[in-house]
Design a binder for this molecule. Structure first.
Ligand code: SF4
Length: 208
């Protein structure tokens, strides 16, 4: 999968440089229920205008929501951003929590964003599971985890699969493969690097 990804990776501003926990948290809030392409048009200028938690904690909600127009759900995103920033500033350390279970409880974040911070800001071996990643796993490991597994039931399993030395690349590769190859409607199994280990592929191609 990593070899495939080297040739087919999607390029985004946020993949081109190391990110702080704050930058990952903002990115994940912006990416909810919209496309990466739409976020790419907003994210660099958002980070330039609001470079840290202190820069958004005191800003009026309306300023944030206006800045986010075009992504949709701008009121919800503005609330999540402000609640997150105010929570971090209320902590004694004024920093994001170190442990995943504490990060998950940060207002505006949750399990996915918490794991994304661990991976992309801190280089830790976690696997945030979104709909694309869930679809890839439920096809590749169908015999083991079923076709419609609950994320809570296989999160530990997914975390254990992450390449310890390259957690960022592993997760980007998995996301890109889910978005462009293991598509919802028409999976492109004929060009998929995971086909040799994929239960879905084997079931549909019994002689291969
Ligand atoms: S072989 Fe097909 S079903 Fe399996 S992961 Fe690849 S694209 Fe998805």
């Amino acid at each position: 999968m990593l070899a495939w990804w080297r040739e087919h990776k999607r390029e985004f501003d946020w993949r081109s440089r190391p990110l702080t926990s704050y930058e990952v948290a903002v990115l994940e809030i912006l990416l909810r229920r919209t496309t990466a392409t739409a976020v790419a048009n907003v994210y660099p200028s958002f980070i330039e205008r609001f470079p840290g938690v202190t820069s958004i904690a005191g800003v009026p909600h309306s300023v944030l929501s206006t800045f986010l127009k075009g992504l949709g759900l701008e009121n919800q995103r503005a609330s999540d951003l402000k609640n997150m920033a105010q929570h971090v500033l209320s902590r004694k350390s004024k920093m994001f929590a170190a442990q995943t279970h504490e990060l998950e409880k940060t207002p505006g974040l949750g399990p996915y964003a918490a794991r994304a911070i661990q991976v992309y800001a801190r280089g830790r071996a976690y696997c945030p599971i979104d709909s694309n990643v869930s679809r890839v796993f439920s096809r590749v490991f169908r015999d083991a985890i079923g076709s419609r597994p609950r994320i809570s039931e296989f999160q530990d399993f997914a975390d254990a699969l992450v390449t310890r030395t390259r957690p960022r690349a592993f997760n980007w590769a998995l996301m890109d493969l889910g978005a462009t190859v293991c598509r919802y409607d028409r999976p492109r199994c004929e060009v998929c690097s995971l086909s040799p280990i994929c239960d879905f592929f084997r079931r549909n191609n019994p002689k291969k």
